[in-house]
Ligand binder design. Structure first.
Ligand code: FES
Ligand SMILES: [Fe+2]
Length: 438
């Protein structure tokens, strides 16, 4: 049965823009980084890590963003709570690994200990404190925390919207079709990259660059903007773009030529490629029908909860302000840029991939080809020494050049195509959030 995904009619998905100029300064000036820290990063929901890493009481995740560090702990009742990762005694950072677990968090400076609920449980020389032992009287500073889509999320603003409210019903219900909570993270690479975080954001908020930068995907993904679907959820700041999968780019007159990757996809799904020679644009519809007919018996059980478009196309959800979830039929690619602790001209780039198991197979197809279906920790690499994935490397190669060009007195602000509207909307929202309009 094909499910249809329909947004609530009350929410416009193509709001007007004001036309605010997008000048270079925002990509390098300290005043922007300062405003973003105070008014943006400390007030939005962030992905903190994988819920699957928190099996037992006391298991924890840490995530550093900017100069801040957060620790998320599994509680005895099964819930997850998050705290600032700083000892109440004299401020030493408590947890130093991204994944760990212990009955208590122990500070490495003077040995104070905290229970998983953040309560101070043990200090050295308790009778030496004015008013008696501080144990049981102080708790680590708590922030908002929730679990959704197999991910642990945190928000430093405890007075803000719930995670569900922040996601918005349209986006949350749509993304739930992919059942991320049943996936395994098989790839997670991170690097300190020499460009402002918004350059990466802008890149993932448009597909105009695909023919120039990623020509290799035009044989299997239709990147013609007239075939794409764009939705902008102005109420929550998120957006979505859908590109048709298993269909060549309609940009080219030769689009109906059947190239090898599509022929292989047809064969994989038990279809003879011969009738599609000269009619490659028809591959997508034929494979949708085959996936519906034989998907379950071939091990693709998750298709039962997904619509026809979802089992073949690529849905890019960019969640405000900095995380893109590219939903593949069988996995999710997460691409994120976070602010550097002190340098506005650098950011922390994350590339994760989460995948469904197909049948009993221990191999999945990820962004870099076949990958072992094994949960991995986040790997931090020195930028340039190792790949961040072929497509991500291509994106970052221009991001660095753009960071240089945006300093030029000759750059007078962007000139955007209609299909880059999500960039314009993003910056206008950022102007409003940061309170900078000059
Ligand atoms: S700073 Fe943690 S025990 Fe002293
Ligand atoms: Fe790209």
């Amino acid at each position: 049965m094909a499910l249809s995904v329909k947004d609530s009619d009350s929410i416009p998905v193509d709001p007007p823009v004001r036309g605010d100029p997008i000048t270079g300064e925002r990509y390098y000036a300290a005043r922007w980084a300062e405003a973003e820290w105070n008014k943006l990063w400390t007030r939005v929901w962030h992905v903190g890590g994988m819920a699957a890493d928190l099996l037992d009481t006391g298991d924890f995740l840490t995530h550093n963003i900017g100069r801040e560090s957060v620790v998320m702990l599994r509680q005895a009742d099964g819930s997850v709570r998050a705290f600032y990762n700083a000892c109440l005694h004299r401020g030493y950072r408590l947890a130093w690994t991204e994944v760990g677990g212990a009955p208590q968090l122990v500070c490495g400076y003077h040995g104070w200990r905290y229970n998983p609920d953040g309560m101070l449980a043990h200090v050295q020389d308790p009778d030496d404190f004015p008013g008696g032992s501080p144990c049981g009287k102080h708790r680590l500073t708590e922030i908002a925390c929730d679990v959704w889509g197999g991910l642990v999320w945190f928000n430093m603003d405890r007075g803000g919207p719930s995670l569900r409210e922040w996601l918005g019903e349209n986006v949350a219900r749509h993304m739930e079709q992919w059942q991320m909570d049943k996936m395994t993270r098989v790839y997670a690479v991170s690097s300190n990259v020499p460009c402002n975080w918004k350059i990466v954001r802008d890149n993932f908020n448009e597909s105009y660059h695909l023919p120039t930068l990623h020509p290799q995907i035009s044989t299997v993904i239709n990147d013609d903007h007239t075939d794409c679907v764009f939705r902008i959820y102005a109420d929550v700041g998120h957006n979505m773009m859908r590109m048709k999968g298993l269909q060549p780019s309609a940009r080219y007159e030769t689009c109906n030529q059947l190239d090898v990757p599509l022929a292989q996809a047809l064969e994989y799904w038990g279809l003879d490629p011969a009738p599609f020679a000269g009619n490659a644009m028809a591959t997508r519809e034929a494979i949708i029908a085959r996936k519906r007919a034989v998907g379950a018996q071939m091990g693709y059980a998750h298709y039962a909860a997904m619509g026809d478009e979802e089992i073949v196309d690529y849905f890019h959800f960019t969640l405000w302000p900095n995380t893109t979830f590219t939903m593949w039929p069988d996995g999710v690619q997460i691409l994120r840029s976070e602010p550097h602790p002190s340098d506005p001209e650098r950011c922390i780039f994350d590339h994760w991939f989460m995948a469904h198991q197909i049948g009993g197979s221990d191999v999945v197809i990820g962004p870099n080809g076949p990958t072992s279906l094994q949960a991995v920790d986040r790997e931090h690499i020195v930028f340039g020494e190792k790949t961040l994935g072929e497509v991500a490397d291509q994106d970052l190669s221009v991001a660095i050049g753009q960071q240089l060009g945006l300093h030029s007195r000759g750059f007078r602000g962007g000139i955007l195509a209609n299909q880059e509207k999500r960039i314009q909307i993003f910056h206008e929202r950022l102007n409003d959030v940061c309170g900078i309009h000059d």
